[in-house]
Design a protein around this ligand. Structure first.
Ligand SMILES: *Cc1c(COP(=O)(O)O)cnc(C)c1O
Length: 529
């Protein structure tokens, strides 16, 4: 196969699949360079504290279990009576630093959230040990309060919404997205032919989920505002007022654009819902903590918005699969279910009648729990309890900090250093907007070509090659893997660089390889003339 044929074949694949193929090429690159994969968003850091705390909870939980039955490897169950005192005895904060964190955490939930310490410790120990089905199936009782406090602290910028928010922890943001789309469809909130707005470019699954193929997509293109420093303009948000648009799916801060909605854009969302009180909004805020002073759409439109969050990126926990869906206790989704035609309501009541005696009152978020296990397995639904406890411990690492969270600040510093190194290496102006999460950077190849070698070369580059040609050669020759922005809905020539997954020093090398390859294309161009 010629490389051109190979490239045509690749272009049929999704952006993440192309990236996997390029990986193979890059590992055996022609120049024998160090292989560098800046394609994926998986971070190369982890949060150590919550993980160490988890092992301590397991140790404590096993000791507790052995108090009731202890025969070799067989242990019993955990008792509530006196558990707080035994936990304090178990912890040795003087010799083990992690134990001080656990003490602080238990004090925090008591003082700030008014949670009974013994009950909380039992929830942690039982949950980490995993000795029972998740009960209640949607989320463990005190875990919900802690995760709510965390979301409020990192995403709501001062709005006090924790107490009026229901949560459903899921197997990563991935499962959250799957469950959401599925239940919106099953509950007839989105039907064939409905219009859905999306802020593009966007995380590819939002473009690829087959359920969406039936819908007429209306794209609200947030990238069209390059002259406005990539800021999402109020006039773009205003498009949501358009006739027939029922829902808005947003990734905020965006992936791959990496920008968060600013205050003007958020104010415009408020105006839109004042005019369209039945608009459904889904916001995926996975990157919220990477923006200084972030404010989610849920803060300005709690009634209309379902929020998706994931612990994957901030805590380096993609293997754990930790996500959560948040919904206001009063929300448009429940309202719209109540407004459905009688025949549809009857059908849905029948669907959920095995789960509850009053299926018509089942909240949308609980319908998602039921649907996530095909309704019939509702009684064993819910995220595994060890996963729920891990979410709680990650949340607590933040909640026990006073004022600034050093861990969050450090992750921001790391991606900033990488971002700066990349832009310096490419001799491009970095985007200094405060809404820029910098988790990803989009490099406009044609603009770079024009800046370095003039418009004729840039036009030649755009006209003479398959769209993935540059990325293909960058992998095959230079050993550097980046992602094609087109799969995310960008214009051709946008390359996505992830600042998450390589050591800082590699970002200068990536820039150098891009420039070196571009120079080779330029040499060929000159020879042609
Ligand atoms: C990474 C990512 C996710 C997936 O999160 P997981 O918790 O790892 O499944 C969801 N949404 C966006 C925008 C992401 O970038």
């Amino acid at each position: 196969m010629t490389s051109r044929e190979e490239e045509k074949r690749l272009e049929k694949l999704g952006a993440f699949e192309i990236s996997s193929e390029l990986l193979q090429l890059a590992q055996h690159n022609q120049k024998g360079n160090l292989f560098l994969n800046a394609g994926r968003g998986n971070p190369n850091w982890i949060n150590a504290k919550a993980r160490l705390a988890f092992t301590r909870i397991i140790e404590f939980g096993v000791e507790e279990s052995e108090r009731t039955i202890s025969q070799g490897d067989l242990a019993g169950y955990i008792q509530l009576e006196g558990i707080f005192e035994r936990f304090e005895t178990f912890l040795t904060p003087k010799t083990k630093k992690i134990d001080q964190f656990l003490l602080d955490a238990v004090n925090y939930v008591h003082d700030a959230l008014n949670i009974d310490q013994a009950e909380f410790i039992k929830e942690l120990a039982d949950g980490a040990i995993g000795n029972n089905y998740p009960v209640p199936s949607r989320i463990l009782k005190n875990s919900e309060r802690v995760i709510n406090a965390y979301l409020e602290s990192v995403l709501y910028r001062g709005e006090k919404l924790a107490e009026q928010t229901d949560l459903f922890p899921t197997e990563g943001g991935t499962a959250a997205i799957v469950y959401l789309f599925n239940s919106l469809k099953e509950n007839k909130l989105i039907k064939k032919g409905d219009k859905i707005a999306i802020n593009t470019p966007i995380f590819t699954p939002y473009l690829q989920i087959p359920e969406l193929n039936d819908y007429e997509l209306v794209e609200v293109d947030l990238r069209s505002n390059e002259e406005h420093n990539w800021q999402i303009q109020a006039s773009e948000v205003d498009k949501l007022k358009g006739e027939g648009i029922k829902a808005f799916f947003s990734v905020n801060p965006s992936n791959p654009g990496a920008m968060a909605f600013n205050d003007a854009a958020l104010a415009e969302i408020e105006k839109v819902i004042a005019e369209k009180p039945e608009l459904m909004i889904i916001t995926d805020d996975v990157y919220g903590t990477f923006v200084e002073d972030f404010k989610t759409i849920y803060s300005v439109a709690p009634y209309n918005t379902l929020l998706v969050y994931s612990y994957s990126k901030l805590f380096g926990a993609t293997g754990w699969r930790l996500g959560v869906i948040a919904a206001n206790k009063k929300n448009v989704f429940d309202h719209l279910i109540n407004q459905l035609a009688l025949i549809d309501q009857k059908e849905l009541a029948a669907r959920y009648s095995i789960n509850t005696l009053e299926p018509e009152k089942l909240k949308f978020i609980d319908r998602m729990v039921a649907d996530s296990r095909s309704v019939g397995l509702y009684h064993t639904a819910g995220l595994s309890t060890p996963q729920q406890i891990m979410e709680v411990l990650f949340s607590l690492t933040h909640l026990v900090t006073q004022e600034k969270d050093a861990y969050i600040e450090d992750t921001k510093k790391i991606i900033d250093q990488r971002y700066q190194a990349l832009f310096k290496g490419l001799m491009l102006e970095p985007n200094t907007s405060k809404e820029n999460s910098k988790y990803y950077a989009l490099i406009d190849l044609y603009q770079l070509a024009e800046k370095l070698y003039g418009p004729d070369f840039s036009n030649y580059l755009a006209a003479h090659f398959e769209q993935v040609d540059f990325l293909y050669n960058l992998s095959q020759k230079n050993g550097v893997v980046l992602m094609d922005g087109v799969g995310f809905g960008t214009k051709p020539g946008e390359l996505r660089v992830s600042e998450a997954n390589l050591p800082n020093k590699d970002y200068g090398i990536i820039a150098k390889q891009i420039l070196e390859l571009l120079d080779e294309y330029h040499q060929n161009f000159l020879q042609q003339e």
